[in-house]
Ligand binder design. Structure first.
Ligand code: NAD
Length: 472
């Protein structure tokens, strides 16, 4: 037997939910059963798989209220949960529409006239997904949908910090027998994630750099591919030519949405010194207009800090910054309201790269702003990080494009912020310690779940010129 894990409610601080991780032997059996189902799933063909996913979507829609309630209890926020559900459901439609073209096999002539080539793809039988707590539904399903359409079976281990959304998804699954056999959710924490890697053929991991390293090592030992989507410390650069009204609104959203608990949050802001004062005054004024979603979920835009351990990290970063000379203009404290931990949008100036708030992932609604005098300096500050997930540049379009080319990160939003949260079409890699493996976005995302297989066909009946001369 394994020990049950009690789950904390981020709004009340009460432990009001329990999950029971499967013992390793049971997990291995679940993986075996899911893997067995994959054979029929692949035989079902793409049309059948699309139909099953659409049935699942309909079943989720008919129980949408329960899913919303579970996700709100997991995360303490409402409007972002609604967005999360919408985004998940629309991803099912998007992939169902794209898959037929992406999964087409092709026949080709080759450089050798009597050898034909059939290029086919074979799905990995069993894909393991390990996901974090900040967007629990979206990040458990973002790789699941394309993997299922590719013909893989999938076993998902969501975060132990926000697992309530799984129950309504499972209820909806019970209405779709074809899918129920090849999509399994398991509950548990790190030990279950680690056991899972021992039983799958490919792993998609979203989480911290520290855990990502363990996942990569475990996968390497088994020679299975590991796709890692890890932490970030996204910079925004604001040049003199930027539209300030637009830049402050975009940066506020990109830093503070989901209470800053996004890998692609803007966590450092570099502003041309000529517009620095104006910029931060405007940002502070806008930040003051946002309200905590307390006492009710509808009361405001800023939800609670979901993971208790994150509250300590945010407050540690703020303390470190203030001790080293930073000035806080709004927010700046972790508040205990109704048993939950809360942090209002916080703007800091007088910051530098000796501070954790400028170098380590804070994962809170914190906006430290630093002036620069030349574009070269801005680029060098933006690139002074172990992370390279994404970034934003605000300037005239031509100028911004030039700067974007010099930033060491996988996606750059221009005159907007965190666009990869909304738009999943552009292929991108996570640079540096922000990840490893193929693009999770765009068409390439689906192809990660297939192995290429070349069928080479001799089409004539004479000896090949490179064979041994053995005839009379
Ligand atoms: P985490 O690394 O603590 O946990 C992530 C998942 O890994 C959880 O399900 C956890 O149970 C599991 N896990 C823990 N130890 C494991 C092990 N040894 N083997 C296998 N699985 C294990 O991360 P978190 O705190 O849940 O999430 C926050 C982090 O995720 C942040 O760093 C954030 O930037 C990152 N993140 C990245 C992206 C992205 O797309 N790049 C998206 C969201 C979050």
């Amino acid at each position: 037997m394994t020990n049950p894990i009690e789950v904390r409610n981020p709004r009340t601080g009460k432990f009001d939910y329990v999950i029971i991780p499967p013992p390793p032997r049971l997990l291995a059996q679940q993986c075996k059963r899911t893997r067995r189902g994959q054979v029929r799933w692949q035989q079902l063909g793409l049309e059948g798989r699309i139909e099953a996913l659409q049935q699942w979507k309909e079943a989720i829609l008919s129980g949408r209220d329960r899913l919303t309630e579970a996700l709100v209890n997991d995360t303490g926020r409402l409007s972002t949960s609604v967005l999360e559900i919408d985004s998940f459901l629309s991803s099912i439609d998007r992939w169902c529409k794209l898959a037929p073209e992406l999964l087409q096999d092709s026949a080709k002539n080759t450089a050798i006239p009597f050898i034909a080539l059939q290029q086919t793809s074979v799905p990995y039988p069993l894909v393991g997904i390990i996901s974090p707590w900040n967007f629990p539904l979206l990040l458990s399903t973002i790789d699941t949908i394309p993997a299922l359409l590719a013909g893989c079976a999938v076993i998902v281990k969501p975060s132990e910090i926000a697992p309530r959304f799984v129950a309504p998804l499972k209820t909806a699954l019970s209405a779709v027998p074809e899918l129920r056999d090849v999509l399994t959710f398991v509950e548990g924490a790190g030990a279950t994630g680690s056991d899972l890697i021992e039983n799958v053929d490919l792993v998609c991991f979203t989480g911290s750099v520290a855990t990502g390293r363990k996942v990569a090592e475990a996968a390497a030992k088994r020679f299975i591919p590991a796709f890692l989507e890890l932490g970030g410390k996204d910079p925004a650069i604001v040049l003199e030519s930027a539209n300030l009204e637009l830049a402050t609104s975009a940066i506020l959203w990109g830093s503070v949405v989901n209470t800053g608990q996004s890998c692609l949050s803007i966590e450092r802001i570099y502003v041309a010194e000529s517009i620095f004062e104006k910029f931060y005054h405007q940002l502070v004024a806008k930040a003051y207009r946002l309200q905590l979603a307390y006492p009710t979920v509808e009361s405001g835009e800023i939800g609670p800090i979901i993971a208790e351990r994150q509250a300590a990290i945010i407050s540690g970063h703020l303390l470190d910054a203030v001790e080293k000379g930073a000035v806080i203009h709004c927010g700046g404290v972790i508040e205990d309201l109704g048993g939950g931990w809360w942090c209002r949008p916080t703007v800091l100036t007088q910051v530098n790269h000796s501070m954790k708030v400028m170098t380590e992932e804070t994962f809170g609604p914190i906006m430290p702003i630093m002036p620069f005098s030349t574009v070269e300096e801005a680029v060098s500050l933006a690139n002074d990080s172990i992370y390279g997930l994404s970034a934003a540049v605000f300037a005239s379009e031509a100028e911004a494009l030039e700067v974007a080319q010099q930033i060491d990160a996988g996606a750059i939003s221009i005159n907007d912020a965190a666009l990869t949260a909304i738009m999943h079409e552009g292929e991108k890699n996570a640079f540096k310690f922000s990840g490893m493996g193929g693009s999770r976005m765009g068409a390439a995302a689906l192809k990660r779940f297939m192995r290429k297989k070349a069928i080479l066909i001799k089409t004539n009946a004479t000896n090949d010129p490179w064979w041994f001369e053995t005839g009379e």
